[in-house]
Design a binder for this molecule. Structure first.
Ligand code: SF4
Ligand code: SF4
Length: 98
């Protein structure tokens, strides 16, 4: 029973000091969780500390590979609208390159 950090992680360090088991460590290209140390905070906290503090949607996965902060959960922007905005922005960039 352990969570996983994936490539969306921006290596911001926020989760490292809050982990009660020192399970998170710096690595390249992104931080990682030692599965032997992570207990999903069970017995330590009601809410998993890394999940609570991570500012990036989709950076942390549960054992089933599901995002713990899924798209839209932190920004409040629905994923469909986000995709639309990214597309619009890239079109504008193509029209008016810097
Ligand atoms: S779920 Fe808890 S124990 Fe596991 S890495 Fe995150 S903070 Fe550490
Ligand atoms: S808080 Fe999130 S983005 Fe920051 S290092 Fe941890 S997993 Fe990566």
């Amino acid at each position: 029973m352990a969570f996983e950090i994936i490539e969306y992680c921006v290596n911001c360090w926020a989760c490292v000091p809050v982990c009660p088991n020192q399970a998170i460590y710096e690595a390249k290209p992104h931080f990682l969780i030692n599965p032997d140390k992570c207990n999903e905070c069970v017995g330590d906290y009601k809410v998993s500390q890394c999940v609570s503090i991570c500012p990036i949607e989709g950076a942390l996965l549960n054992e089933q590979g599901e995002p713990l902060n899924p798209p839209g959960s932190l920004t409040g922007i629905p994923p469909e609208l986000y995709a639309e905005l990214v597309e619009k922005h890239s079109r504008e960039k193509a029209l008016w390159p810097a």
